[in-house]
Ligand binder design. Structure first.
Ligand code: 8YV
Length: 315
């Protein structure tokens, strides 16, 4: 190894993840796309791959800083931060890390349904604060099993969520662009019709401009005062102002949210609500899955360097 070939871009890479990438290729490091212009000219010339982790926009202007860049390997299944069109125009390949994280994200979606409906965070506080001993039983909450679930986006993660909720004896409804071969599950042509038919609406869409504000105020009204919404996709997929209004005025019963606009400095209105369970975008965040994600990211970089077929290309 003589020249730097890899740019590691992402303040959220853990030390073991960084070590693994650095152990494979002579690397330079930046916290994110906004620091790329600060990489010295000689190093920029040598970069052939970027290992990216994060949610800040990575566009054509940043790609142009690296004339020999051939692949952007994203850590994550969602690559909405990367301008894939701009990459294609520059003959830069983009890869992601699908499948390895689907179980974790689906588990968290189910966990959010359970935590919100069965008041599990409140219950924990009831025990710790001594109110159980002082006041007795905590207030009753809402049943989960045998309800109706609506999945928005029946991709890899959406299917995992639906399979899990079916095991909770739920009726499964879904909305996707076209009807899938899923006997017994009911397809809805639009999210408003889906929301009107279910108790739990789980958003499992891809991010990006096509799904911006996909869940509207109208869909939230259709979900209704007993309905709960769960989002494990991207904050952009729900009209966040409409969601906050609906949670504050009782248009819907509650929410379980792992994703937001403006992460990690989310809208302060969320913290004042007692009908929400909030998580810090940790859907894929188990030790096991994050390990597999960095291995897949690295496998894509290695395939590119060796002139082999990319493992999980997106363009
Ligand atoms: C993030 C995710 O990649 O896979 C995705 O699309 O949102 C997550 O797994 C992870 O939080 C690192 O930013």
């Amino acid at each position: 190894m003589t020249d730097t070939t890899l740019l590691i871009a992402g303040a959220s890479f853990s030390p073991p993840e960084r070590e693994r990438l650095e152990g494979a290729y002579l690397s330079a490091y930046v916290n994110g796309p906004s620091e790329m212009a600060g990489v010295d000219e000689a190093t920029r010339q040598t970069i052939r791959a970027v290992a990216y982790k994060g949610h800040h926009p990575f566009g054509g202007a940043e790609m142009d800083l690296f004339p020999n860049l051939g692949v952007i390997a994203n850590y994550g299944v969602g690559y909405d931060a990367i301008d894939v069109m701009a990459a294609g125009e520059r003959s830069i390949r983009v890869t992601n890390t699908p499948d390895v994280l689907s179980d974790d994200v689906a588990d968290l979606a189910v966990g959010l349904i359970l935590a919100q409906s069965r008041s599990m965070v409140f219950g924990d506080h009831w025990v710790r604060s001594g109110q159980w001993a002082e006041k007795g039983e905590m207030p009753l909450n809402r049943q989960v099993s045998r309800k109706r679930a609506g999945i928005v986006g029946l991709g890899r993660i959406g299917r995992e969520i639906a399979d899990r909720l079916a095991a909770f004896k739920m009726e499964i409804h879904y909305h996707s662009r076209s009807e899938k071969d899923t006997p017994g599950w009911q397809w809805h042509a639009d999210p408003v019709s889906l929301a009107g038919a279910v108790d739990f609406l789980v958003v499992a869409l891809v991010g990006g401009p096509d799904t911006l504000n996909y869940i509207t105020a109208e869909a939230l009204r259709a979900l209704g005062p007993d309905g709960v919404i769960v989002n494990i996709s991207r904050g952009t997929t729900i009209d966040e102002t409409a969601l906050l209004d609906a949670l504050e005025d009782g248009t819907i019963a509650g929410a379980g949210l792992d994703v937001f606009l403006n992460e990690p400095k989310i809208n302060e209105r969320f913290s004042k609500l007692d009908n929400v369970v909030l998580q810090p975008h940790q859907g894929s965040g188990s030790v096991e899955t994050r390990h597999e994600m960095v291995l897949l990211q690295l496998a894509n970089i290695t395939a590119f360097m060796d002139g082999e077929a990319l493992k999980t290309p997106v363009n």
